[in-house]
Design a protein around this ligand. Structure first.
Ligand code: NOJ
Length: 757
């Protein structure tokens, strides 16, 4: 035990890198031994995670890192781009820092690094965990090649409120699907071997309930029953922990009056004791002082409260370094709490193999060859096409033919820096094609492409500035004139493609919207284009569900392309011309009106249910001025072909305790093209200890069906799929009648019943 510490210390005193790399790392005893040599200040230093200066992802800016590292005052840093600089900083830690402890190097690699994939909400619309795992693996390869070893992803916050801009970063509204994807992200980032050079330690976030911020306003508070949090908001976190996430980030919000970062019941009782999580916890950006400013402690007490609650590392605030010793002296925390937190930081470093080789992520030759490669970009293009959701396609207007005159109109038609969406700060936007480039490239001389910008993002320049702050789209010209120029341009077009919607920065962090329609001037442009009566395709860019009440009636074809990454333009054109087909289905409900929010498919029965869909009935749970129905339900998405569902059957009417039932349904491709269908299975417990949703997704099958053929799709129903957290928060099912539903989306289902013993 002693030996490893001595060898390790010799690394710090100038052994060559090759010698350092060959030092075998021992087990837990190594950490004991190392910690026995560390002062209290050095242990607290390991808990400090300042931000570097390259990239800004919050309001507080970073300090100068060199000195902090050399004096042992930090355990890691984040937001520094590039292997050379990261390597330089790692060298300071190893060669000059006390004990030469290597650093964690964090980043938000949320949907790709230099090769950018679709935003997570879009990725979830693939219903394809294999694609998410593939994207996460490629992200890990690229980020680790450039020096990063810790990833602040996946974001698994369930969200039922599309006003919240961060809905773009998660996997939608469903806890079961969210859990499937949570696991896929972790597997992709961390691979099979934590010590491999391309392993990126995952950090599941934001624990917890951030997606339920009141009013959809970012950083707002949350107040929620335990039944709701356990059944709907926490499952994806549990799934990520069970899949082995190495770390977890707390969230910004109050939960029932306590800041999530200082909530001991959440971080210690639930996460550590009940779920058995033994990894590293870290605050979100500057959260510790917010524990004070949100009214739950004084500034001096906040650090101690967070540590005591179970938060190991302090991102940005520096308050652990400033106040933990005082808290110890006042008896508010114990030395053991500091030791435990420090141990978890060191264990995270050890799990990544950093003590074996502190420079395992610092190989410039990898950065040269493994970033933004052809094969990574090909994968991004393929996966992007899987995420698009065809919302409407009258008279099979899509796919388009490469012929005649095609007008490409709208402020997003020629905006290559706006293809990636939020959290794409490592993107090489200078290498991105615009939709216009991709159109021209795809049609060559087979068709004529006319282009007109058509409008700004918003009429108002100031609103546009706010909406396009990070990836600027300049507000230029007068919108009436832009509309008029576009109308003149489309006169000789055979078909119009409108590239319209949100700009890249209108979703993500700090991007809440009160009106979630297509922005004003673009919507007016669309109305004018529709009036021409020409075939019109809306290529909709968005990071959230939008209210498309008018568009859904008046635009013949709507292809929702989200923000789909560095290869978005080619992927969109592939689908528009039918070289690939739209396969995605929605993982969030699209409302008809903002007033319906929160609107989600897995709701409970109201006391006076509405007997007639879409009609107003007095003394029933409905609106005078709007139907209860969503515009597009959870699970919805069209294809270039059509599928017909047969009558499902069950292998029996009774499921024995510990038994299972099989549900079988025939799905036939009755169209003329091959296609992929996402067949969904929902369950309902009509009578339970506490009310259960009218339906809950419990399985799906993604199946490729050639034109004219039928596939038999099978689902297995097990007791586990019937379980939920009851009023005592016991995870159980109650014997009795259950309903099982199968269909192409959450609305159009066929229901069967069975009894569970
Ligand atoms: C704040 C965000 O909430 C979090 O998701 C992110 O990881 C950190 N900033 C670091 O950039």
């Amino acid at each position: 035990m002693r030996k490893s510490a001595i060898i390790f210390l010799s690394v710090t005193s100038g052994l060559s890198l090759a010698a350092a790399a060959s030092v075998p790392e021992s087990g837990k005893n190594f950490i004991d031994s190392l910690m026995s040599e560390m002062t209290l200040e050095e242990k607290i230093g390991q808990l400090n995670l300042p931000v570097g200066g390259d990239i800004q992802t919050g309001v507080v800016l970073g300090p100068e890192l060199d000195k902090l590292i050399a004096t042992g005052n930090i355990g890691g840093f984040f937001n520094v781009k590039g292997v050379d600089e990261i390597s330089r900083l790692q060298h300071i830690a190893v060669e000059k820092g006390p004990h030469g402890i290597p650093l964690l190097v964090g980043a938000d690699v949320v949907h790709g690094y230099e090769t950018v994939f679709p935003i997570p909400l879009a990725l979830s619309c693939t219903w394809n965990p294999a694609s998410v795992e593939r994207m996460a693996r490629i992200s890990a390869i690229e980020a680790t090649a450039d020096g990063v070893n810790w990833n602040f992803s996946p974001m698994v916050d369930i969200c039922r409120d599309p006003r919240w801009g961060r809905i773009a970063e998660g996997s939608g509204e469903d806890p079961w699907l969210g859990s499937v994807f949570a696991e896929a992200y972790i597997k992709g980032y961390q691979g099979d071997d934590m010590k491999s050079d391309s392993t990126l330690m995952a950090c599941v976030k934001h624990f917890a309930l951030y997606g339920a911020a009141e009013g959809g306003r970012d950083y707002n508070i949350v107040d929620m029953s335990r039944e709701r949090m356990f059944n709907y908001y926490l499952p994806p976190f549990k799934a990520a922990i069970d899949a082995g996430s190495g770390s977890l980030m707390t969230s910004f919000n109050l939960i029932n009056g306590r800041h999530a970062t200082a909530a001991r019941w959440l971080l210690d009782d639930l996460l550590r004791k009940d779920w058995g999580f033994d990894g590293l916890t870290v605050t979100d950006y500057n959260s510790i002082p917010e524990v004070a400013s949100m009214g739950t402690s004084t500034l001096e007490e906040a650090a101690g409260l967070c540590l005591k609650a179970g938060t190991d590392m302090d991102m940005v605030s520096g308050l652990y370094v400033k106040y933990l010793k005082d808290a110890l002296n006042r008896g508010e925390v114990t030395e053991k709490m500091i030791d435990d937190a420090c141990r978890r930081v060191l264990e995270a470093k050890q799990s990544l193999g950093l003590f074996d080789d502190p420079y395992r992520y610092c190989r410039p030759e990898r950065a040269e060859h493994e970033l933004f490669t052809k094969s990574h970009r090909d994968a991004a293009r393929e996966i992007a096409a899987e995420t698009f959701v065809l919302l409407k396609n009258d008279k099979n207007l899509l796919p388009l033919k490469k012929q005649g005159t095609i007008a490409l109109v709208g402020p997003l038609a020629d905006a290559p820096n706006n293809m990636c969406g939020c959290w794409s700060m490592f993107a090489r936007t200078e290498n991105h094609a615009s939709l216009l480039d991709a159109f021209r490239n795809a049609v060559g001389d087979k068709a004529e492409i006319i282009h007109a910008r058509g409008s700004n993002i918003y009429y108002d320049a100031e609103t546009q500035n706010r909406a396009t702050g990070l990836r600027n789209i300049p507000h230029v010209g007068n919108d009436e004139e832009l509309h008029a120029a576009a109308m003149a341009a489309v006169e000789k077009a055979d078909v119009i493609v409108a590239a319209i919607g949100e700009s890249s920065d209108m979703s993500g962090e700090s991007a809440s919207r009160a009106e979630i329609t297509i922005p004003d001037t673009q919507r007016d442009l669309l109305k004018k284009l529709a009036k021409t009566g020409k075939p019109l395709v809306l290529v909709l860019f968005t990071g959230r569900p939008l209210v498309l009440d008018w568009e859904s009636v008046n635009i013949p074809s709507i292809l929702n392309v989200w923000f789909s990454g560095s290869e978005a333009a080619d992927a969109i054109v592939d689908v528009l011309f039918g070289d690939s087909s739209p396969e995605g289905k929605l993982t969030t409900t699209f409302p008809r009106s903002v007033g319906q929010i929160p609107l989600y498919y897995n709701h409970l029965m109201p006391s006076h249910p509405d007997p007639e869909e879409g009609l107003f009935n007095r003394y029933c749970s409905n609106y005078i001025d709007c139907s209860n129905e969503p515009l597009y339900p959870f699970g919805y998405g069209m294809s270039y072909t059509q599928f017909e569902y047969g009558h499902p059957s069950l292998s029996g009417d009774v499921m024995e305790k510990d038994g299972k039932l099989t549900l079988t349904v025939d799905v036939r491709n009755i169209g003329e093209r091959d296609g992929v269908e996402i067949v969904q299975m929902y369950l309902r417990d009509p009578v339970a200890d506490i009310a259960r949703p009218l339906k809950e997704l419990k399985d799906f099958v993604r199946v490729h069906i050639p034109a004219g053929e039928t596939r038999k799709v099978r689902f297995t129903i097990t007791p586990d799929k019937l379980k939920y957290y009851n009023a005592n928060l016991d995870y159980v099912y109650e014997p009795g009648e259950f309903h099982v539903m199968v269909g192409p989306d959450s609305k159009h289902v066929h229901t069967l019943k069975f009894t569970a013993k």
